[in-house]
Ligand binder design. Structure first.
Ligand SMILES: [Zn+2]
Length: 139
């Protein structure tokens, strides 16, 4: 192989890599854009109150069990910045921001291949009342 073709080969493989990286970056950018675009404010029901949070359409589909209400319990863990406010049944009023989220990673084998991955509780910051709790399984 001549020096020239070797240089050409090297240059083209670098070009290839750059192209792939750029393509990946572009895909990530598009995905991020879509996620922020799709966020919609929804009322999420819990056993001890409700929350108003921004969720994606995919999350809504996942949490909606064929009825108009969306249950916080079906959404699992959401980051705090998604919450606008919540209502506590015990306090009888709304609070701005997110309820307190306490969760544990368990990875507990329940048999027949079912694993309890995580359990968590959304609690009122004012009175400790559980707004909603969730369980996340591997399937
Ligand atoms: Zn409360």
């Amino acid at each position: 192989m001549s020096q020239f073709s070797l240089t050409l080969l090297r240059r083209s493989s670098i070009g290839e890599i750059n192209h792939q990286v750029l393509l990946k970056l572009r895909i990530i950018c598009i995905r991020d854009m879509n996620e922020s675009e799709d966020l919609e404010e929804k009322k999420l029901l819990g056993s001890g109150g409700y929350a108003l949070a921004k969720i994606t359409e995919q999350e809504e589909i996942k949490a909606n069990l064929g009825i108009p209400q969306i249950f916080l319990a079906n959404l699992g863990r959401l980051s705090e910045d998604r919450f606008l406010k919540y209502y506590c049944n015990v306090c009888g009023k709304e609070f701005s921001g997110s309820p307190l989220l306490k969760y544990e990673t368990l990875n507990e084998e329940l048999g027949q291949g079912v694993i309890l991955v995580e359990k968590g509780e959304y609690k009122c910051k004012n009175c400790d009342n559980v707004i909603a709790f969730y369980r996340k399984f591997n399937k």
